[in-house]
Design a protein around this ligand. Structure first.
Ligand SMILES: [Zn+2]
Ligand SMILES: [Zn+2]
Length: 320
């Protein structure tokens, strides 16, 4: 078996950022979001790397007047109902919340990317405020929009990687989701967990990679867990050198190739605005992946294609 490389991108512009202070902190990246997307698409074309873009469904809209028929959460930690984050205007006035041009650019790229979903308004499954009815309505809204735009919807990335309602995905056509990285402390809120996580990056520790045979046993839908978040340059993270990010990815790719496993990298396109090193880190990683692919050691797949491939492997193994 060859190694497998998967790149998934949480495509949300401002939908995944909560609270005025955090939105303000990322405003500069949101303002240049279209430029970041353009450069990112060029880079993916240059190295012929298809990615899975998990898009917030609302970005497919040109305009809206709110969604009175859609049940939406009111998180206990938020001042206002989540529906209040919707500007109820259009892409001209609020390009951080509508992005049909962004989706069109992804579809116009030379490489054929996959458009998956990141829910309709970035609702947090697993939060008590997100009831089964809310979750159903979110996925139904996305499925309808994807149908309308002629976009299959096979891949889901959970907002904040909070996995829940897995049994409710297949009904909406979802065959694969990105699960949590197999590092227990990443889920912990203990202060030491953050330090351990940062140390992993600083030391470029080999990220987890996954055996297709083990993944085939999950689901349906199939769980395709993350291996590495391409660390942004926010706050103390900017002291981690670009080389450490690339080295960590190389170790993940090497291990995936050696063992015939899957290495799954992810980030948000707005992270590319956090520092000049971010594009350098990504370019370094894509160059490595492309070289290994061209040497015949590595396949580069979208989440949907990887799920199909893993299932086929599982079946041929089962058939003996
Ligand atoms: Zn809306
Ligand atoms: Zn998100």
């Amino acid at each position: 078996l060859p190694g497998t490389f998967i790149l998934s991108l949480d495509t949300e512009i401002a939908w995944g950022t909560y609270g005025a202070a955090d939105v303000a902190a990322r405003a500069a990246s949101f303002d240049v979001y279209r430029d970041l997307i353009c450069r990112l698409l060029d880079l993916l074309d240059r190295y012929q790397i298809p990615a899975t873009w998990a898009v917030v469904g609302h970005l497919l809209l040109d305009a809206c007047d709110g969604h009175p028929d859609l049940p939406q959460p009111h998180y206990v930690w938020a001042d206002a109902p989540d529906a209040d984050r919707d500007p109820c205007t259009d892409a001209m006035r609020d390009p951080w919340y509508y992005g049909p041009d962004v989706i069109a650019a992804i579809r116009a790229a030379q490489v054929e990317h996959e458009i998956g979903t990141h829910t309709f308004t970035h609702v947090l499954a697993g939060d008590a405020a997100v009831t089964p009815a809310i979750w159903e309505a979110q996925l139904a809204a996305c499925a309808a929009l994807h149908r309308e735009h002629g976009l299959p919807m096979h891949a889901l990335v959970y907002p904040q990687n909070r996995v829940a309602y897995v049994d409710r995905l297949a009904a909406h056509g979802i065959t694969v989701y990105r699960g949590q990285e197999a590092r227990p402390y990443r889920r912990s809120t203990h202060p030491a967990a953050r330090l351990l996580s940062l140390l992993d990056y600083a030391l470029s520790r080999t990220p987890p990679t996954y055996a297709p045979s083990t993944l085939a046993a999950s689901g349906p839908p199939l769980n395709l867990p993350a291996s590495q978040f391409l660390l942004s340059y926010d706050g103390v993270r900017r002291f981690i050198p670009t080389g450490a990010r690339i080295r960590q990815a190389r170790r993940g790719l090497d291990q995936a190739i050696r063992r015939g496993e899957i290495y799954h990298l992810w980030f948000h396109p707005f992270n590319l605005g956090s520092g000049a090193g971010m594009f350098d880190a990504l370019a370094g990683i894509l160059k490595l992946a492309a070289a290994r692919r061209d040497a015949g050691d590595l396949q580069v797949l979208t989440m949907g294609a990887a799920a199909d491939w893993i299932r086929a492997q599982g079946e041929s193994n089962g058939a003996g």
